[in-house]
Design a protein around this ligand. Structure first.
Ligand code: C5P
Length: 422
């Protein structure tokens, strides 16, 4: 097919990609010749594309071809040799609505996974604030190698969308998985991303995440193993779909990536409760993913409790407020509230009763019996329970689980909207 023929993917709606800023990263593989076609398709649909190519990439496709197609000089080096002009990867990372790396070689994937920032492509990736897609291309044994698979898993856990390579004949003439996905299909994924990225525009989302620490004395607390990863992944996912997100975070060691997330750090359940009441009342969607301590010491000592003063000791505990219960009591019509349930037994019965008792529209159930689910892992295996049914999902990265949960919330809101319209 010539580049000028009408594409068979004529269902692609031009406005979804039109005007979008896309950084196209090209690394050094035979599949780089397909990047010219991908670039052409994106430009044809009205995207502004800035190509960033690795030094090896230039061995496979010339910058002249790419700059002619994109209408912009191709970026490859940190400096322009004759003028000393510095190319700012930070500016490029901020400019991009999306970064697509196609083809991504095993080496580029490894560098991205480990932050080896020795070329413009990887530095731009590290500065990118918005979504990143990676279309790997390599020989089948390289793709299947545990090292590559480990690096791909790291990228997935970091929120990168992997466009799985297809099966077919490879540059080595071997046949297997490793071919870069066809440019038409990459464009389809890009279109789907931009579609998704606006699905929550105008919606306000409040999320609690992480553990709470209940102070015993200035150096000790009662806490739990929650890492906050699931709640943070939900915040990133909602933000990526255009929502205005407020994240109320207990003490966690993680950062928010999207600059659009408004983060409020708290320590104890009472502090979380105080902040949550106002934030959830103002939200369209409320997600309670924090592992809130059910009890706190009646009295927090003002100085460190000394061991020598006590043979044994007991701490009197009092109940903490139930944040989910209190926030859903004064609900407005149309609000959607989602809670989590981490159970060790009688999972479904407990989830169903929590749905009712806490005034929630959806419970995300994870069982500590499932390997890779629950606290401190990068993966989760959930069942989503609503008043009308339940859906079990396989083990996925927390970011992918977040996408499933947000899809389920959007479906629920859509179904409500339809029934209101009847
Ligand atoms: O009752 P349980 O702790 O199992 O309920 C879990 C759900 O309730 C989670 O969504 C959690 O964030 C929320 N929760 C809360 N405040 C509490 C306890 C739990 O918001 N004090």
């Amino acid at each position: 097919m010539s580049l000028h023929e009408a594409p068979e993917y004529s269902d692609i709606k031009v406005f979804q990609v039109k005007g979008k800023h896309i950084v196209l990263g090209i690394s050094g593989g035979i599949a780089a010749y397909k990047s010219a076609h991908l670039l052409r398709l994106l430009v044809k649909q009205g995207a502004e594309v800035q190509v960033v190519i690795t030094p090896n990439g230039k061995e496979f496709i010339t910058p002249v071809t790419l700059s002619s197609l994109s209408g912009k000089p191709v970026v490859s080096e940190f400096f322009t040799a004759n003028t000393g002009e510095w190319h700012s990867h930070v500016d490029l990372g901020l400019w991009a609505d999306l970064m697509v790396i196609a083809p991504a070689t095993a080496s580029t994937i490894a560098k991205m996974a480990n932050g080896v920032a020795d070329n413009m492509l990887v530095t731009t990736y590290l500065s990118a604030k918005e979504h990143v897609m990676v279309a790997p291309a390599m020989d089948l044994d390289m793709w299947a190698h545990p090292s590559t698979q480990r690096n791909v898993a790291t990228l997935r856990a970091d929120g990168v969308e992997i466009i799985e390579p297809a099966e077919g004949e490879l540059a080595s003439h071997l046949v297997g998985r490793g071919r870069m996905e066809e440019p038409e299909n990459i464009v389809k994924r890009i279109r789907e991303y931009f579609n998704r990225s606006e699905s929550m525009t105008g919606l306000r989302v409040a999320i609690t995440a992480g553990p709470t620490y209940e102070r015993i004395d200035p150096v000790r607390f009662i806490g739990n193993y929650s890492s906050g990863k699931m709640g943070f992944a939900l915040a990133e996912e909602c933000s990526a779909r255009g929502a205005e997100v407020t994240l109320i975070a207990g003490p966690v060691a993680i950062e928010t990536r999207s600059p659009r997330i408004r983060r409020i750090d708290v320590e104890s359940a009472q502090e979380m409760h105080n902040v949550a009441l106002g934030e959830f009342a103002a939200s369209d969607i409320g997600i309670f993913s924090a592992a809130v301590a059910d009890y706190r010491p009646l009295k927090a000592e003002s100085s460190k409790i000394k061991r020598e003063h006590n043979d044994g000791m007991s701490i009197e505990l009092v109940r903490n407020p139930d944040i989910a219960f209190d926030c859903t009591r004064s609900r407005r019509p149309g609000q959607v509230f989602v809670g989590f349930a981490l159970e060790t037994d009688d999972e479904m019965a407990n989830a169903a009763s929590k749905l009712e008792r806490k005034g929630l529209d959806m419970i995300v159930l994870n069982s500590l019996r499932d390997k890779g689910a629950g606290f401190r892992t990068d993966t989760n295996k959930v069942t989503i329970v609503t008043a009308t049914g339940e859906a079990a999902y396989p083990l996925k990265t927390k970011r992918e689980v977040a996408a499933d949960i947000v899809d389920a919330i959007e479906n629920l809101m859509g179904a409500r909207g339809e029934s209101c319209g009847d």
